[in-house]
Design a protein around this ligand. Structure first.
Ligand SMILES: NC(=O)c1ccc[n+]([C@@H]2O[C@H](COP(=O)([O-])OP(=O)(O)OC[C@H]3O[C@@H](n4cnc5c(N)ncnc54)[C@H](O)[C@@H]3O)[C@@H](O)[C@H]2O)c1
Length: 294
């Protein structure tokens, strides 16, 4: 299959990532199904995207007509079968838990057309850990978008030993067709590139904070002022979701058993308290209702 033959896309999971990835696909002209097991997530996705596209119109980034066309291509459903029945490409963006992703891919493999490419947007999990539940590991690949996908222009496209060159090429061409820069990684590694760099920084920031060398606000301030980072590591955790980092760490710890990979105590506490960052209005920092972004 080549990119000109791709007409239908399905995005699974309508959370922070999925709803925006689906919008990108619809804006790119693809008939797109956005699926979630939770109807509320779909309703919220729709109203958030309406608001976001209206903002784009105000900023002259989009016309009324383009908005209308894109929304006519975006379909919401709770039914996996409906979402993937005619899909040429499926992008899975459900919660970062290996067992959940494996279950989704196993069902997906039976429901999606034989030719469909199945991509995971996991932040950390290499696709070979998932592809073995399907009958088409050559068509499974990582397509790692960054938060927020409507803004961030990068997708790590990661091959396993079994992903075919054709699949990788299609994923790269697809990124280009939706206005995103794909970067192809031929060799898979847990966390890929961006998050491995980020983990190194965040782990050090957490070590300094938990051992009393500096408060988290000051660590953020130094990262911004001295290193010219646009956000400090704690601000970034709030933006992308403290639970996302927590589950990623937990996954790594399950794989390696290395105590240094265990989620930090203060992160575990925040997840238990439901203080997950901007999406809940409180994380490392507090956010007023207006500042809460999804
Ligand atoms: N948040 C980020 O910054 C970020 C960045 C890049 C990649 N990712 C990855 O994207 C994926 C989703 O992350 P998120 O932040 O959007 O999570 P989220 O918690 O905001 O959303 C996950 C959504 O998946 C839905 N879901 C759960 N199980 C499902 C199933 N079986 N079928 C369909 N939907 C299901 C949930 O109802 C929820 O709406 C994860 O793999 C994460 O690692 C996240």
């Amino acid at each position: 299959m080549n990119i000109d033959q791709v007409k239908n896309v399905a995005v699974l999971g309508a959370g922070s990532m999925g709803h925006q990835i689906a919008m990108l696909c619809a804006l790119g002209g693809y008939d797109t199904y956005l699926q979630d097991i939770n109807n509320n997530a779909l309703n919220e996705a729709k109203s958030t995207l309406e608001k976001r596209m209206n903002d784009w119109i105000k900023k002259n980034k989009l016309t009324e007509n383009e908005k209308k066309t894109a929304f006519s291509k975006l379909h919401l459903t709770t039914e996996l079968e409906t979402a993937v029945a005619e899909a040429d490409i499926v992008i899975e963006a459900v919660v970062e838990k290996l067992d959940v992703k494996r279950e989704v891919f196993s069902k997906l493999d039976k429901l999606a057309p034989r030719h469909a490419v199945l991509a995971t947007n996991s932040s950390t999990i290499v696709n070979s850990k998932i592809a073995d539940v399907t009958s088409r590991p050559d068509k499974v690949i990582n397509m790692h978008f960054f938060f927020p996908p409507l803004v961030m222009d990068c997708v790590e496209v990661v091959k396993s030993d079994q992903s075919s060159n054709e699949t990788a090429q299609l994923a790269m061409d697809f990124c280009e067709s939706i206005g995103r820069t794909g970067v192809l990684l031929e060799k898979e590694i847990y966390g890929f590139i961006a998050n491995r760099l980020l983990f190194a920084l965040s782990n050090e920031a957490m070590y300094l904070y938990e051992n009393g060398y500096a408060d988290f606000e000051d660590i953020d301030l130094i990262a911004k002022k001295a290193l010219s980072h646009p956000l400090g590591p704690f601000e970034l955790a709030d933006l992308s979701g403290i639970d996302v980092g927590y589950y990623a760490n937990l996954q790594l710890y399950e794989e390696t058993g290395d105590p240094k990979d265990k989620p930090a105590k203060s992160i575990e506490e925040k997840v238990k308290q439901g203080h997950l960052g901007r999406k809940t209005g409180k994380g490392w920092y507090e956010y007023s209702e207006r500042a809460v972004v999804k």
